[in-house]
Design a protein around this ligand. Sequence first.
Ligand code: GTP
Length: 316
Amino acid sequence: MIGLFKKFKDGFAKTVAAIGATTRGLFGGRRIDAASLEQLEEALYTADFGVETTTEILDEIRAAYRKDPELRGAQAAEIGAAVLARVLAGAEGSLGTPAQNEAEGRLPTVIAMIGVNGSGKTTTTAKLAWRLKEEGQRVTLAACDTFRAAAVEQLKSWATRLDLDLVASHTGADAAAVAYDAWAAAKARGSDTLIVDTAGRLHTKSNLMEELAKIARVLQKHDPSAPQHRWLVVDGSLGSNSIEQARVFHKHFGLTGLVLTKLDGTSRGGAIVGIWRELRLPIYFVGLGEQPEDLQPFSVENYARAVFGCDAGTPN
Ligand SMILES: Nc1nc2c(ncn2[C@@H]2O[C@H](COP(=O)(O)OP(=O)(O)OP(=O)(O)O)[C@@H](O)[C@H]2O)c(=O)[nH]1
C-alpha cells in the first residue's frame, strides 16, 4: 500500500535529506557525472551506510554509467535501491500469526524487550501491543522494569490509554517474579502474546545481565520454549555505534531479533544496513515516530526505495 510506503518516506525524511541535500541533482531527470557521483558517495557515508555498502552502490552505478553515459539520476537511484534491497535480503523479521500460536496449544508467545536505558523499550512495548491488538490478538503486558522509578507508571498509563491488559508490581520488586505471574495471567486470560518490558541496562553491567537470564529461566518453568522472542531495542540514532552494544547483548542473551527506534529523528538511517551485515539478526520493527502507528514492521523494499527517493515499488 502507498500508505505504508509514505510512512517510511516520512519516517526516514532526515536520512533522505542527508542523501538528497547534496545530490538533489542526482535524483531526477538530470544526467549524472563524476562530480555528482562523488557527492553521492560522501552523502552515503554521512547517512552511515558504511564502507562496504557505499562501495557496492557506487560500483554498480559507475558500471551502469560506463555503459550508458546518458544515465539519469532517477535510474541511478533505482540501482542504489536495488543494491540495498539485495544486501538486506532476509533482514525482515516476521511474527507468526495467532493461528500458528494456537496450533502450539494456546500457550502465550513471549516477546522480551531488552536494551540500554532510554532506547525506547517501554514505548515500543506499548506500541507493539496496540498493533497486535488492532490485528485481533489478545495481548498481556508484563511491567518487568521494576528498576526505574517511573517505568511501571509509564507502562500503566499506556495500558490505560490503549486499553491493554497489564501485570505489574511495585518499583524494586523482583522482575523475574513479575514475569512469572504475568505469564500465568496471560495463559489464564487466553492471551496470544505476552510482551515483557525489562529495565534498561548497560551491556557492561553483569548483575543486570544476570537478571535477564533469570527472567528467561522463570518463564521456562511455565514453557520451556519461552521467551520465544528476545529482541534488542536499539536507538537507531546511534547509527553504527549500536553494533557493539548488540553484539554483547547477543552473546549474553541469544537475541532473536531487533527493533530500531527513533529513526525519524536521525539522518543516520543507513546504519540499518551495517547492523544487518554485521549481526544477521532480523529487524522486526522500526520506530518512525512517537505515535503507536509509527511503529512499523520493517520492510526492505519500502526502506530501500524510500531512502533513495524512488517511488513506491510493487504494491505491498
Ligand atoms: N521520535 C521517536 N521517539 C521515540 C521512538 N521510540 C521511542 N521514542 C522516545 O524515546 C524516549 C525513551 O523511550 P522509553 O520507551 O521510555 O525508553 P526505555 O528504553 O523504556 O527507557 P528505560 O526504561 O530508561 O530503559 C521516549 O521519549 C519515547 O517517546 C521513535 O521511534 N521515534
